[in-house]
Design a protein around this ligand. Structure first.
Ligand SMILES: CC(C)(COP(=O)(O)OP(=O)(O)OC[C@H]1O[C@@H](n2cnc3c(N)ncnc32)[C@H](O)[C@@H]1OP(=O)(O)O)[C@@H](O)C(=O)NCCC(=O)NCCS
Length: 168
């Protein structure tokens, strides 16, 4: 099996990124866990609107992609805040899930954070109205993130669950 490589995304990766996003989870699975207007990475027109230059999006978010055999199998969006690194989202094609791609992404972002002198990574997921967390909850715990215990209300039915990981 080809090894996974991670690199900065480029504008012409947009179609593959949208394709990977759509192949990572179904619309039905997302009902109750996400806002309807959060579909930016599932819609190339919306993604084009926020892509600025290089691997950058509006508000200085950055995109990296993972490839196997020259094919994009997933992408991760992060932002370097002043005091911490923020992982905004990560999506791996279903056919490639459970093979270590998510872990290699998180480890890559950890290295970037350390290189930037940051000592903390933050991310979040959601829980639905029944208090059931989105299916990536255990992935974040596995990656060494701590559930802060907060449940932040949103204007929709779901709440946000913030996670934090301290880097030593
Ligand atoms: C969540 C996601 C990014 C994880 O990536 P992945 O490549 O499948 O994960 P990995 O194979 O690197 O798994 C790393 C570890 O986490 C565990 N893990 C991964 N997903 C898990 C899950 N849903 N529940 C429990 N454990 C999980 C793996 O078993 C593995 O543990 P191990 O190293 O002890 O074997 C990926 O499944 C995905 O894209 N899901 C759909 C979109 C999504 O939920 N994104 C996150 C939004 S908050």
């Amino acid at each position: 099996m080809d090894t996974i490589t991670i690199r900065e995304a480029q504008r012409n990766d947009m179609p593959s990124i949208v394709d990977a996003c759509r192949a990572s989870t179904t619309e039905e699975e997302m009902v109750g866990f996400t806002a309807p207007e959060w579909g930016t990475f599932r819609d190339i027109k919306k993604l084009r609107e926020i892509w600025t230059s290089g691997n950058r999006l509006k508000d200085d978010y950055e995109v990296i992609v993972s490839e196997r055999g020259g094919q994009i199998v997933g992408f991760l969006v992060f932002k370097r805040e002043q005091e911490f690194m923020y992982i905004d989202q990560v999506n791996i094609r279903k056919s490639e899930q459970g093979k270590g791609v998510g872990r290699s992404f998180v480890e890559h972002v950890e290295r970037l954070a350390i290189e930037s002198g940051l000592t903390r990574i933050e991310t979040d997921t959601t829980e639905n109205a029944q208090g059931v967390p989105w299916k990536s909850y255990d992935f974040w715990l596995k990656m060494g993130f701590r559930d802060t215990g907060e449940r932040l209300k949103t204007k929709w039915d779901f709440k946000t669950i913030p996670f934090v990981k301290r880097l030593s």
